[in-house]
Design a protein. Structure first.
Length: 205
């Protein structure tokens, strides 16, 4: 009769054994280890796309500025300096009013992420190439310091593939986009944004 069944043994039959529990845990760990890199890659590709979008927005602002305000872009002191003159010029002329556009979403350096103090100081997440000189920073590739002619004032009548801005890149360091250890997004005068996967110096114009 049902009333005489041993309910304790019934519950024991339905419970996980220690071995089964370990198998389930091991399976979950294995799946996480397989899926985690894929999720990370998807996130990184998303940051890469957003970075391109922000550079596009800067490009539209630069084009508007050179058409409506001044055919010469503002000069910064050097490529990795603060760029408050650029930010103020584009903001005051309503060309780029969202400061977030100056910050790559993949950037992790506290001095170059999007926040109030960095905006106020003019510290952005990109190199800007309308400058009086390259830089004295020996960590920046020697190509920019020795092979490019400075001062370099960007104007509307220059070649359309001239670089305006790009992700920051340093000698011997991983660049911002982890899928491309030496790759950078870069903006040109005609508003195009491209990714060079390696050796930015070879693509620089």
């Amino acid at each position: 009769m049902l009333a005489n069944r041993d309910m304790t043994s019934c519950r024991a039959e339905d419970a996980f054994t220690l071995l089964e529990l370990l198998i389930v845990v091991a399976t979950i760990v294995l799946l996480v280890s397989i899926l985690a890199p894929s999720v990370s890659n998807v996130q990184e590709r998303g940051r890469l796309i957003l970075c391109k979008s922000r550079l596009h927005n800067i490009g539209r602002g630069v084009a508007q500025y050179m058409a409506d305000v001044d055919p010469h872009l503002p000069l910064s002191s050097h490529v990795n300096s603060t760029h408050e003159v650029l930010l103020d010029a584009l903001y005051d002329s309503d060309c780029v009013v969202n400061y977030e556009n100056y910050y790559c979403p993949g950037e992790t350096d506290p001095q170059h992420v999007y926040n109030g103090p960095n905006v106020e100081a003019g510290r952005i997440a990109y190199f800007y190439y309308s400058c009086r000189w390259a830089t004295a920073d020996v960590n920046i590739t020697g190509f920019l310091r020795y092979d490019v002619s400075w001062p370099r004032e960007l104007t509307r009548d220059m070649a359309p593939d001239t670089w305006v801005a790009s992700d920051r890149w340093f000698r011997g360091r991983q660049t911002t986009h982890r899928l491309f250890p030496k790759g950078v997004n870069y903006l040109t005068l005609n508003g195009d944004v491209s990714l060079v996967e390696s050796s930015p110096s070879g693509a620089f114009r």
